[in-house]
Design a protein around this ligand. Structure first.
Ligand code: ATP
Length: 694
């Protein structure tokens, strides 16, 4: 019986087909898959560069292309193309086995042959080659084919290498890119090894054994076990993440077990959430384990739930995975104990803080930070404990007498809330943590997304929900996207992740052009991770290319809004769905006029969280965790970004943290864009834009 496999490249082509053609493709595949001698249906292609590429007829116009290795009975669907394109594909493409790591790879040999004379000319003229310092033996050790080597020797510079990206075999491009970035062959090997789904490279690599190479490449090829699985895969052809994990994602998500808690970091769009969802399925499969998947907001939790439904076909497994945002977890536990608790809104808290600060040499903001970052963070419940506690990380020293004043002021806030029968969510998390610690753990495993912004009280709650042990907490976050001022050292909360972590580097959302522009927004200060170590974005990259971000300056807000309306109209005219367009700004002062302007122009808008087919508009904080095809970030002028920054003289540490938070916020907003990013300002631009332009 023939074994059917499907290449990652098949899905995007299939997704684009009209429904009628898709049906014909489904029928052709089903017939092909059922047939015992599948090879009989395949047609040879005259002039095919790789004779193992065959075609399958879908109808008069469409052709499926199939890789049919000489040995065995495995057939891999590669893509589906119109007749002429299909023949062109077959005339150029060659499949090989990477000699260093044994995975399946392909390259466009036809195009490489075509551009070779131009490369030769260029390299003669420039008299400089990008890889002249790297001996052949090192290139070969990194998996560069002897057949590709002559081309590699001609490449004059990094820009030319990038032009060749889609013509070269991917693992070889990864090796070359690493060397071009100045890495030693040993460092480049680490990058190449990240393209393997196993920890060690295979001992023997047979260059002709494509089937074994396919089995080693689950990021590119899925083996289909019967019609049910085929239907499941084809039902959501846009959602490649369900089926094809990057080897690094796969190694993390599908590892049998971790001895304790584990942390996954990675820049925006590297698939941390995807990895967390696969981990949830892995943990809930088979042994009846109860898994909690939790994140920051209700909306993000709803999105996770929807993705989980796409990922997990088995209802029994799905039922064992609970997806809830962290505040709801806390609310539920407290409500079960003492009835529904009252929640204090931010205005109420602000008013109480302001009145508590009256007559004191401390601002409401100072009291708020002291309460959040010292008292609630350390769960301090008495004046004596506060007088002797450590205030590490706070920028202003307080004498005993001053601490007493501050303590009393904060007690007035706590008392005011308690009179109203209300708590903040951080207080609630603290109460829930204490309650949960008194009962048996509710879950076998807890998975946390967007972990960088959780408060210590929320971590205490998570700690209490699962017993310490193997696979207790799987923590996913990015310290470069910290947009609330919560800095947590997990080791102080009984969660040990030091030395237990992995970092994802390949961005699946945003183009190289947008990332290259946005990463410098973060500035040069290293981000501090949850394990107290510094986190870098070293090696963070995107294989996708697109338009460079557009940054526009205007004399006044009217002109800025008029241009924004034209930009949104242009996106809509290009066929972008309204719900795939987001417009964001630092505050309501910026986005309220945006809503008005779009409305006047007859463009319907909704909130960032709306599921309606409308252009989404909201503040930068609301952009966390979301993604859109096109994003406009407006009002990026110096009065708006940074904003709400503590004065250096009042508290130098808070000042630095606040500035970094503002950088992260702008970075988060910009990296939500998949295809197009548009940034505008009036007057003087935000100082952060200067780093991006540089
Ligand atoms: N293996 C994959 N194959 C295809 N698409 C992927 C893969 N991994 C992630 N993606 C896609 O990349 C995008 C970003 O993924 P995800 O949201 O998991 O990243 P993230 O690291 O959590 O991002 P952020 O930190 O910015 O919120 C999503 O559209 C996701 O579907």
């Amino acid at each position: 019986m023939a074994q059917l496999a499907m290449a990652r490249t098949f899905m995007p082509q299939y997704a684009k087909l009209p429904g009628r053609v898709r049906k014909s493709v489904d029928a052709a595949i089903a017939k092909f898959a059922e047939h015992t001698h599948a090879g009989l249906h395949l047609e040879k292609i005259a002039g095919a560069r790789d004779p193992r590429i065959r075609s399958i007829r879908v109808d008069d116009y469409w052709r499926g292309l199939v890789l049919a290795p000489a040995e065995g009975d495995v057939y891999c669907l590669l893509t589906v193309l119109g007749h002429d394109e299909a023949y062109q594909y077959a005339r150029g493409r060659r499949f090989t086995v990477n000699q260093a790591i044994g995975v399946l790879q392909s390259h466009d040999e036809g195009k490489l042959d075509e551009i070779r004379p131009a490369l030769e000319q260029m390299s003669e003229r420039l008299d400089r080659r990008l890889f002249e310092h790297v001996p052949d033996k090192d290139l070969i050790r990194l998996g560069v084919d002897e057949a590709i080597l002559p081309i590699v020797r001609l490449i004059p510079d990094e820009a030319t290498l990038q032009v060749l990206e889609h013509l070269l075999p991917e693992p070889q491009y990864v090796a070359l890119l690493a060397l071009a970035a100045g890495m030693s062959p040993e460092e480049a090997w680490t990058e190449v090894a990240a393209c393997m789904s196993t920890d060690q490279p295979p001992a023997d690599v047979d260059p002709d054994d494509l089937v074994t190479a396919m089995r080693r490449s689950p990021d590119r090829v899925v083996f289909v076990d019967g019609p049910e699985e085929l239907r499941h895969i084809l039902a959501h052809p846009f959602d490649l993440w369900r089926v094809f994990l990057h080897p690094a994602q796969r190694r993390i998500a599908l590892r049998n077990s971790y001895s304790g808690s584990f942390q996954v970091t990675g820049g925006a769009g590297t698939g941390k959430t995807v990895t967390a969802l696969h981990r949830a399925r892995h943990l809930a499969t088979g042994n009846g384990a109860r898994v909690l998947v939790t994140t920051f907001t209700t909306y993000l939790a709803e999105t996770l739930q929807q993705q989980l439904e796409l990922l997990v076909a088995d209802e029994g497994v799905r039922d064992r995975i609970e997806v809830t945002n962290i505040d709801k977890v806390a609310y539920g536990i407290v409500a079960a104990h003492r009835g529904n608790p009252g929640i204090a809104g931010p205005q109420v808290v602000r008013r109480l803080l302001e009145s508590a600060a009256e007559g004191l040499p401390y601002s409401a903001g100072f009291l708020a930070r002291e309460w959040e970052h010292v008292i609630l963070a350390q769960r301090i419940t008495s004046e004596d404990a506060y007088l002797s506690c450590s205030r590490t990380g706070r920028g202003v020293a307080l004498s005993r007498a001053q601490r007493r004043l501050v303590w009393q002021a904060i007690q007035r806030v706590v008392g005011g809330l308690s009179e109203r029968g209300q708590s903040t969510f951080h207080q609630l998390a603290d109460e829930a943590a204490a309650l949960a610690a008194r009962t048996a753990p509710r879950y076998d495993h807890v998975i946390v997304d967007e972990a960088q912004d959780l408060h210590p009280s929320q971590w205490r709650l998570l700690r209490a929900l699962v017993a310490p042990g193997p696979d207790d907490l799987f923590i996913v976050g990015d310290p470069h996207q910290r947009i609330y001022d919560n800095r947590v050292s997990l080791s102080s909360l009984d969660i040990n992740i030091r030395g237990r972590g992995a970092r994802l580097k390949v961005n699946y959302r945003t183009t190289h052009e947008i990332l290259a522009w946005a990463v410098p927004l973060l500035g040069l200060a290293p981000a501090i991770g949850l394990d107290d170590g510094t986190d870098t974005l070293h090696g963070y990259r995107s294989p996708m290319h697109g338009r460079r971000p557009v940054v526009r300056s205007f004399p006044d807000q009217n002109a800025e809004l008029t241009a924004l309306v034209s930009q949104v109209r242009a996106w809509l005219a290009d066929g972008v769905e309204p719900g795939s367009i987001a417009v964001t700004g630092r505050s309501r002062h910026v986005i309220d006029p945006v809503r008005e302007a779009l409305k006047e122009a007859g463009i319907e808008t909704g909130s960032l969280l709306s599921r309606a087919p409308r252009v989404r508009v909201g503040t930068m904080h609301g952009m966390k965790g979301l993604e859109f095809r096109c994003v406009a970030v407006v009002g990026v002028h110096e009065q708006a970004i940074p904003t709400q920054v503590t004065r250096q003289a009042d508290d130098p540490v808070a000042h630095t943290h606040d500035l970094q938070r503002e950088r992260c916020l702008l970075f988060v907003a910009c990296t939500r864009a998949r295809d197009d990013l548009y940034v505008s300002y009036t007057g003087t631009p935000s100082p952060f834009l200067a780093s991006a332009a540089g």
